[in-house]
Design a protein around this ligand. Structure first.
Ligand code: ATP
Ligand code: MG
Length: 412
């Protein structure tokens, strides 16, 4: 019987895992630099965590949840995002009021699969609790930008907005939308009741046209939000971060309260161009029953980030590294002990255990792109020495076994 993977999920291997490693090690480096510590939360959570946390009217809760009843009749969801879980864990484990946390792991959303959009995808995210200052917003954005830069993502642009509207804004916006009801798509009509600002962000061309002259959040900010927003913009400029403002950018989750931001790229098409997104959510901790705590954070989509890196690669061959032992099968024991000796010395070393000709072993060494080939034939075995060929320039030398590690490490 043959099996294939489910729709919308993928196997990651080879060059692609190498890119993923590069991104996650860039992330670890940046998080350590900024003093963030790692938090690992379960993939499964109670369904209400997301229904309440992300908002009943969001795409995720309305149509994208991977939920099921378990054998104990509990209504469970495979997490669609990381923030709600981290907030739950922050409260449940009484973490220090000021906590800077990051996570890495798979998320699940029942979406229509396409380039850069999957049903299982990975996010690397950060959540910072306990600091209401605009400096914190600027710092989090600087961290996000540093991460993308460190991972080698050159094709990126930052867009920001602030969602701190006055109370009567919602009423005025709904009034405006009511008058243009016949031009709005079905989704927008639903959103009008539950989260009208989300209509501003609809990707549908007709809706975009209909909301062209809608009242803007940024023209209707509370005085505090306006001052906070101005300060964030000043600080970003101060940090040397380029950005544009989009007063219609509202993000897909209900918990954002102030600054929101997105890093986009030009290579993934207009529907999937966001690689990293986040913002301030000052009410969520209290909504989940914790002590009122300001918070801000972001999440990056690993598959999309990897696509950008792949598109930037010039096709240059990767660096040659390590050694491959080519041997006459009579001398397998000796070859095996050299293999272990070199690995213990910290040198990447490979060999094949089957009976194969020198020629085919050399061919494999070539395909593994090793820098050196160590040859053990009768002459070498008898003299207890090794022939070492440099695959870069073809030069060959003959050395004592106990000189090998130092010679290979020098990488000449
Ligand atoms: P989009 O508008 O593209 O659906 P979103 O607003 O739903 O994104 P968030 O919930 O903010 O996205 O998630 C943050 C990041 O996670 C996105 O910017 C994207 O890089 C990634 N992401 C979200 N959904 C998917 C998915 N289905 N497949 C792959 N990556 C995703
Ligand atoms: Mg989405």
């Amino acid at each position: 019987m043959k099996f294939s993977r489910l729709r919308g999920v993928k196997d990651v291997f080879g060059d692609e895992t190498e890119i993923w490693e590069k991104i996650s090690s860039a992330a670890r480096k940046m998080f350590s630099l900024y003093g963030y510590s790692n938090i690992i939360t379960p993939v499964i959570e109670d369904v209400n965590l997301f229904a309440r946390g992300i908002g009943e009217g969001t795409d995720i809760v309305l149509k994208e949840m991977y939920d099921f009843k378990d054998k104990g009749d509990r209504h469970i969801v495979m997490r669609p995002e990381g923030t709600a879980s981290v907030v739950r864990a922050y409260i449940e484990n009484s973490l220090p009021p000021k906590s800077d946390l990051y996570y890495y792991g798979p998320m699940f959303r029942y979406e229509r699969p396409q380039k850069g959009r999957f049903r299982e995808f990975f996010q690397i995210g950060a959540e910072s609790f306990g600091d209401p200052s605009p400096f914190k917003d600027a710092e989090v954005i600087k961290l996000a930008e540093g991460l993308l830069k460190e991972a080698g993502i050159q094709d990126r642009a930052l867009v920001i907005n602030n969602l701190g509207a006055k109370k009567d804004y919602r009423y005025n916006l709904v009034k405006f939308l009511e008058e243009r009801k016949e031009h709005l798509c079905g989704d927008c009509l639903k959103k009008m009741e539950r989260a009208p600002v989300r209509v501003l962000d609809c990707k549908n061309e007709k809706c975009k046209e209909a909301v062209k002259n809608a009242p803007l959040i940024t023209d209707n900010l509370t005085p505090e939000a306006a001052a906070h927003y101005a300060e964030v913009k000043r600080l970003l400029t101060e940090c040397g971060i380029k950005f544009t403002e989009d007063p219609k950018m509202v993000r897909g989750l209900d918990y954002y309260t102030g600054t929101v931001f997105e890093f986009t790229t030009s290579i993934l098409g207009p529907q999937q161009n966001t690689i990293l997104a986040g913002g301030r959510y000052d009410n969520l901790v209290a909504e989940f029953g914790g002590k009122s705590t300001p918070a801000t954070g972001f999440a990056m989509g690993l598959e999309r980030a990897a696509e950008v890196i792949k598109s930037q690669q010039t096709g240059a061959a990767d660096e040659m590294s390590g050694a491959f032992i080519v041997y006459d099968s009579k001398h397998r024991e000796m070859a095996f002990s050299i293999l272990n000796m070199l690995r213990e010395a910290g040198i990447k070393t490979l060999m094949d255990f089957e009976d194969r000709s020198f020629k085919s072993q050399f061919r494999e060494a070539d395909s593994k792109r090793v820098r050196h080939v160590i040859v053990i034939g009768d002459t070498e075995a008898q003299a207890k020495r090794l022939a070492v060929k440099d695959m870069k320039d073809g030069a060959q030398i003959n050395i004592e076994i106990n000189e090998a590690a130092a010679y290979l490490k020098a990488g000449k």
